[in-house]
Design a protein around this ligand. Structure first.
Ligand SMILES: [Zn+2]
Ligand SMILES: [Zn+2]
Length: 500
């Protein structure tokens, strides 16, 4: 199981080379319903014994399942938004248990759920040793956001001079990847004088610049604003606060006119780029593979944008995205000077082999160097990071150490359901609180209340071991209310991903 069609395609090709053609099938949305159904039947009949696929393939009726393997379980694509919101990791875990099969979880990073499987003794870690890591990982350097502000040599507000010199040096040896968390041109602007955020007069949505010198557009209602004036101070000049991938590509194109600049993002994902010098600006998750040895360097910009999200998983997710990009960069090479482990002189002679002459791979991350996820990237230690996250969650009583269910709906419906549910004795009810706070004009998302309704959300929390009892109590009460047609509907989500 892989998170997207691109990755599944690559594994499909590799598996064909390994076991020969015709012995496995690919199950992805891209193959079309008829072809997918034919392949599904071939699996069900037992004429094909291996399946490579994306999310829906988690239910593939493989006969006599021997191994369920999942790559990159932190990728949100593995979680289905439609009720009952199954996650591929949970489904495959369950299948491995009930069908007596092996279970393999792989990735460049490590989720807290994976760390928990190891901590509990259910699974064992399979990790590369430090010398292997030294020989394959790129050199990782950090530059803080505050250094950047004071960096007089910086040519723009956001690319520190170390980023320019890293890109310039690496371009002599191969392609350079630039990861930018945000799409668009300049998606956030503020008043130059008083720093008040630029908002739409109609709906308070954020105004964004869609091209240089062009009109501003509201990110929510899409109205255009021809002449903006700050409602706070009357100022008429704006400054960019967040810069998107397109603007970054434009700046890099001006700075390095002799190399091609390509972009890869949700609307147009590049598969791969040739080994020749070029700049690839990509949003996280859309990074193309660089042919040959890999990228000569990667610049990971605007780390704060990934870390600042109000989400329990912000750190884990930021590290996952950085490692996925860094894994595409060639090995750091022979110097070992201040290499990733940070413990001084590298002594790994084995590290030279794969690196092309003169150009060891470098990753430069622009983020506060003391932050835990940044440290984990520098040390290339995603498992250690996940174990510490897990310890924090245990201390705070957060999933996956405690089990939680979010119950949302109208206040009387949530109260009604919770008072009827025969929850286990050790269950704790937190809230309800108003939820979610809908900013006017924000586009609706799945799970939002119907227009005009005010909802609340309560969290039910139980210790590990009572999760099944909690889920079944809530389900029984929910079904009872539905069959009696009692009150308005509620939404129940076990282990909600967004309680931060
Ligand atoms: Zn102002
Ligand atoms: Zn608007």
């Amino acid at each position: 199981m892989l998170p997207d069609g691109r990755a599944a395609q690559r594994v499909d090709t590799a598996l064909g080379e390994l076991i020969g053609e015709g012995r496995h099938v690919l199950l992805t949305a891209e193959s079309g319903p008829e072809e997918r159904y034919a392949r599904w039947l071939a699996v069900k009949r037992g004429s094909v014994r291996a399946v490579v696929g994306t999310r829906a393939a988690m239910f593939a009726p493989v006969r006599d399942l021997g191994l369920a393997a999942l790559w990159d379980d932190g990728d949100a694509a593995h979680s289905d938004d439609h009720a009952p919101q199954p996650h591929a990791r949970e489904v495959l875990l369950q299948r491995a248990v009930t069908e007596q099969a092996g279970f393999l979880l792989g990735g460049h990073s490590c989720t807290v759920e994976a760390a928990q499987l190891v901590e509990s003794g259910w699974a064992r870690p399979l990790e590369a040793g430090r010398e292997v890591l030294r020989g394959t990982a790129p050199l990782i350097r950090t530059v803080g956001e505050f250094d950047e502000a004071r960096d007089a040599a910086a040519r723009t507000a956001r690319l520190p001079s170390l980023a320019w010199s890293t890109a310039r040096d690496a371009l002599r040896h191969g392609p350079v990847l630039v990861q930018v968390p945000r799409r668009g041109y300049v998606p956030r602007l503020a008043c130059e004088r008083c720093r008040a955020p630029a908002r739409c007069a109609h709906c308070s949505g954020p105004l964004e610049a869609v091209e240089e010198g062009g009109a501003l557009r509201c990110g929510w209602c899409a109205r255009e604003v021809a002449d903006w004036h700050c409602p706070e101070c009357g100022g008429a000049r704006l400054r960019g606060q967040v810069f998107g991938a397109r603007r970054t590509a434009e700046e890099l194109g001006r700075a390095f006119p002799s190399v091609p600049v390509r972009t890869s993002g949700r609307d147009h994902v590049l598969e791969s780029v040739p080994e020749v010098p070029s700049i690839v600006v990509s949003t996280p998750g859309a990074e193309p593979v660089a042919e040959g040895a890999g990228y000569a360097a990667a610049l990971l910009l605007d780390g704060w944008a990934l870390l600042g999200r109000p989400d329990l998983r912000a750190g884990e997710e930021a590290l996952r995205r950085w490692l996925s990009a860094a894994a595409l960069v060639r090995p750091g090479g022979e110097d070992g000077n201040g290499h990733n482990s940070g413990n001084g002189n590298g002594d790994g002679d084995e590290s030279g082999g794969a690196a092309p002459s003169g150009g060891g791979g470098t990753v430069l991350i622009v983020a506060e160097p003391t932050l835990r996820p940044v440290q984990a990237l520098v040390r290339w230690d995603p498992a250690g990071f996940a174990v510490r996250e897990l310890a924090d969650r245990a201390e705070l009583g957060f999933p996956p150490v405690a089990r939680m269910a979010a119950v949302s709906g109208r206040a009387e419906a949530v109260d009604g359901l919770l008072s009827q549910a025969r929850l286990p004795d050790d269950a704790e009810i937190l809230g309800p609180v108003p939820y979610p706070v809908l900013e006017p004009g924000r586009p609706r998302r799945p799970g939002d209340p119907p227009p005009g309704e005010e909802w609340v959300r309560a969290l039910v929390r139980v210790p590990q071991g009572s999760g099944a009892a909690m889920a079944s109590a809530l389900k029984t009460a929910h079904v009872a209310r539905l069959t009696r047609r009692e009150g308005t509907p509620v939404q129940i989500r076990v282990d909600p991903p967004d309680i931060g």
